[in-house]
Design a protein around this ligand. Structure first.
Ligand code: B3K
Ligand code: ZN
Length: 874
């Protein structure tokens, strides 16, 4: 496979003003007729041929302006249809046959549970019909869907239905018109036995919008939360960004087989059922919040992505980074803002940092790709969002909002670049963002080394910041970035933020330092007391910041920092220092000793009265094994597991009564609501139970059993079940596991949780469970949710077993990747990630992991898997 380069971008030779499609649906032979109204692009050199992308299509007919083309007038190969001498304006007609039933890649038109549905981003439309499948070709669409009236009673596509009727042979049809020009990646079609719940939304300007969520009938009772989330997202986008919805109806469809979370097709969002369906009895709080975030994300794309889209796929973060930033802000506004930030940052520092440090590291705007499907990454999405957040912070909200308004009005209906977006921000603020643009082109996580000194004689604090971005594949040398570092200085006597004076200027109690050079020193003067610096408040830039904090400093910040995020972070840093010692002790075979400062800090948290339960639950949560691993020079999975376990048990032993009190004080009541308040309470209850269960005494086991049996909601049930299943006490979980499996055998999304709970068990039989469960009737390699719940959870969340020294974990994953490589390349290329991180482990494991990558490499590979494996072994 050949790479595509950003520098080679050329406008299309032809544009399409209007697209007429007709689908005659049948599982193995769907006939797609297309009429494309085209003309030469004004910037195109005259003689350029007309090229249309097309894969796995069987061409039945082709005509230009009503004239059938003769054999020599066009050429068809595996990837495209070429017409060497087209007229300057033309009406191109094609008819092709496609085979949705055999489409296991879930790209293009495919069948899910008897239902037809599409996924076209990024390059799936070329599996539906011959088309210039690139985002800078935008056309209005009119789509007629024909299907069997009995088996396919519901026929949906983008826009508004304009005509429907009966046809011979028991068929019927619906014609849809989408008046908004769109690239073909936003095309959607759904047909099947679906039922809807309907609601209405009145826009700020008084337009009435019909909202519909389409599901299989057994899921009608699981749509309420998604509908509520949709309405709240619509109102938020009007309030916050001045963006109103622009069609008369907005539809969401839930499908069972879907590669990603959801897709923002114009007016017809298609969702993975896992990202839309919720019910207190079947979905956890985390799932409720995820649904809310994804519904909002896809809705927000209507402006950031659809009305203004990407010129080419290198600009993917233009829509994804901005939209993730928007959905994160929405979730922060409607829930607990500090907790949302803590969750996002801990995920980011675990997973995106790991990506940025590994062989697949790439800039937020990559320079080349082999398979764009591999670039829906944490870097494009989450780091892209952090860059937008930095822009918001640099400009302030008001100017940022002006920049956003300018962007939407200037580029409405166009396909644009990241420069276009940043230029709007620079224009409204008159801030020079030239150096800032390097955030988009340089891969790798910048590291800031900070140190500070208090000068008693002069009441001054000297802070030095040094930045460096490590080399990444293809980018050996990096240039300094423009990094906003938000800081405060906390007085060691008062515990308060001190007044900041820099170069004689008074800055208040907090300021943002603009680090632009390799090294900068700042001298804060007129400080009456020695401070402890609180650096990178709120994670003001996506960097690793090191500062030689003593443990007393961290305990102090944990108590006094006025920034909630940094208070949490101080606790994490303090625990990390203790964990580092324990990891070393474990490796050296030395007795482990718990750091009393950590215990005392936790005692403080447990005994101080707090009004923010949500933040407290986060503070009491130990860093995950994956997060700890990310902090180590070399990952020793066994030492990390043992050290974390030791901390947990030590805390639980000393603070048992406090945890018990906390548990009892926060026990859930029967009436479930996914409200921030209740979620915080359940968070505390379940974090307390997890400490209590770490000792595994009879009383704790009894509490877990009772909680499981009370079955108040899935959050409580799953937390209790996980603790029972993950305990080392033999078979205490078996009855619960069996009861759960039988009760929910009919609900695939709940069975996914049943799979995940079991395969993340740290005990040594986990791998046997994985193999056994792969044969379970509820499991299928063809369904991405099942693959993620079972294989993904095992490889990603069970480090001690995945990294077994006999290599069995690696072999199992490689076997799955090889099978998925032919079934579903996009999923195969994702699920392989843990193997690509081989450089982070000891030599023995490195050899085993590489051997598995080489075994995969020897197969006949899809471009997706090929690209990832090549990078991993480069
Ligand atoms: N834009 C989709 C991504 C789908 C890509 C699949 N290859 C989801 C989202 O970010 O909203
Ligand atoms: Zn998105």
């Amino acid at each position: 496979p050949q790479p595509v380069y950003l520098k080679d971008y050329q406008p299309p030779a032809f544009r399409v003003s209007h697209t007429e499609l007709k689908f005659d649906l049948a599982p193995s032979a769907t006939r797609v007729s297309a009429v494309l109204h085209m003309e030469r692009h004004p910037d195109s050199a005259p003689g350029r041929p007309l090229e249309l992308d097309g894969e796995r299509l069987s061409l039945k007919r082709i005509a230009i302006d009503g004239q059938e083309l003769q054999a020599g007038e066009y050429r068809v190969d595996e990837a495209r249809l070429t017409i060497a001498e087209p007229p300057e304006r033309l009406r191109l007609e094609t008819e092709v046959d496609i085979d949705p039933a055999s489409n296991t890649a879930l790209e293009g038109l495919y069948l899910s549970n008897g239902m037809f549905c599409t996924q076209c981003e990024a390059e799936g439309f070329r599996r539906i019909t011959y088309y210039p499948d690139r985002p800078d070709v935008m056309a209005t669409f009119s789509t007629t869907v024909i299907g069997d009236a009995e088996t396919l009673p519901v026929l949906l596509s983008n826009g508004n239905p304009v005509e429907r009727g009966e046809l011979p042979d028991g068929k019927h049809f619906v014609t849809w018109e989408d008046p908004h020009p769109k690239p073909c990646y936003l095309f959607a079609l759904v047909a099947g036995q679906l039922e809807k719940v309907e609601d209405r939304f009145t826009t700020a300007s008084g337009r009435e919008i019909t909202l519909q969520i389409w599901v299989e009938s057994e899921n009608l009772d699981k749509t309420e939360h998604a509908m509520r989330s949709l309405k709240s997202a619509m109102a938020w986008d009007e309030r916050t960004y001045g963006r109103e919805y622009d069609l008369d109806r907005f539809m969401i469809v839930a499908v069972n087989d879907f590669n990603m979370g959801a897709m923002e097709n114009k007016g017809l969002n298609i969702f993975n059922s896992a990202a839309v369906l919720t019910h207190p009895q079947t979905a956890t709080d985390a799932a409720f919040q995820r649904v809310e975030g994804i519904v909002a994300h896809e809705y927000f794309h209507n402006w950031s992505g659809n009305r203004v889209t990407c010129r080419d796929w290198f600009q993917l973060s233009l829509k994804e980074g901005f939209t993730v930033f928007r959905d994160q802000s929405f979730s922060a506004d409607v829930n607990s803002a500090p907790v949302k930030r803590i969750e996002d940052v801990s995920f980011f520092r675990t997973a995106q940092f790991a990506e940025d440090a590994g062989p697949t590291a790439h800039p937020v705007r990559p320079e080349y790709y082999i398979e764009i499907g591999n670039f829906y990454t944490l870097t494009i999405y989450e780091k892209g969002a952090e860059i937008v957040r930095m822009l918001r912070n640099l400009l302030g909200w008001d100017a940022f909002r002006q920049g956003s308004d300018l962007y939407f009005s200037r580029f409405d209906g166009q396909a644009v670049t990241i420069e276009d977006f940043v230029a709007c921000m620079a224009e409204v603020s008159a801030i020079d963002l030239g150096q800032f643009m390097r955030w988009y082109s340089q891969a790798g996580t910048p590291e800031i080394d900070a140190h500070g000194e208090y000068d008693y004689a002069n009441s001054a604090y000297r802070l030095t910041l040094r930045q460096r971005t490590p080399p990444t594949p293809g980018q050996p040398d990096k240039q300094p970035l423009h990094i906003p570092v938000r800081i405060g200085l906390v007085g060691t006597k008062s515990g308060d933020d001190l007044e900041l004076t820099l170069d004689g200027e008074r800055l208040g109690k907090e300021c943002v330092l603009h680090l632009r050079e390799d090294e900068q020193t700042l001298v804060f003067t007129e400080l009456a007391e020695a401070p402890v610096p609180s650096l990178l408040r709120g994670f003001s830039a996506p960097v690793k910041l090191r500062f030689p904090y003593g443990r007393e400093d961290l305990a102090f910040l944990l108590q006094h920092d006025s920034d909630g995020f940094n208070r949490w972070d101080a606790g994490q840093r303090l625990t990390m220092l203790a964990l580092d010692d324990l990891i070393a002790a474990h490796r050296n075979g030395v007795e482990k000793v718990m750091d009393a400062r950590v215990t005392e800090a936790f005692r403080g948290l447990l005994t101080a009265s707090t009004d923010d339960k949500a933040v407290l639950a986060e503070m009491l949560t130990l860093p995950s094994e994956a997060y700890i691993a990310e902090q180590q020079p070399m990952v020793d999975v066994d030492a990390i597991h043992a050290a974390r376990d030791f901390v947990k048990r030590s805390l639980a032993t000393v603070l048992r009564n406090e945890f018990l009190t906390l548990y009892r004080a926060n026990q859930s009541q029967a009436d479930y609501a996914p409200s921030a308040e209740q979620i915080a309470q359940r968070g505390l209850q379940n974090v307390a139970l997890s400490y209590l269960m770490s000792i595994e005494d009879d009383e704790a086991v009894e509490l877990a059993r009772e909680q499981f049996e009370a079955a108040r909601n899935m959050t409580d049930v799953r937390a209790a079940l996980t603790l029972l299943v993950h305990s080392s006490r033999g078979d205490i979980a078996d009855p619960a596991l069996r009861a759960f499996g039988e009760k929910w055998a009919h609900d695939p999304l709940v069975m996914d949780q049943w799979f995940s709970v079991q395969v993340t068990r740290p005990q040594s039989d986990a791998i046997e469970r994985v193999k056994y469960l792969m044969g379970h009737p509820a499991f299928s390699l063809k369904n991405p949710n099942r693959v993620r719940a079972l294989i993904g959870a095992f490889a990603g969340q069970n480090p001690v077993n995945f990294h077994r020294l006999d290599g069995q974990g690696y072999r199992l994953l490689a076997d799955v990747v090889i099978e998925l490589n032919t079934l579903n390349p996009e999923i195969a290329a994702r699920i392989i990630t843990p193997l690509t991180r081989w450089q982070r482990y000891d030599e023995q494991r490195q050899a085993l992991m590489k051997a598995e990558l080489e075994r995969i490499q020897a197969e006949e590979l899809s471009p997706n898997v090929y690209e990832v494996v090549e990078k991993a072994l480069a």
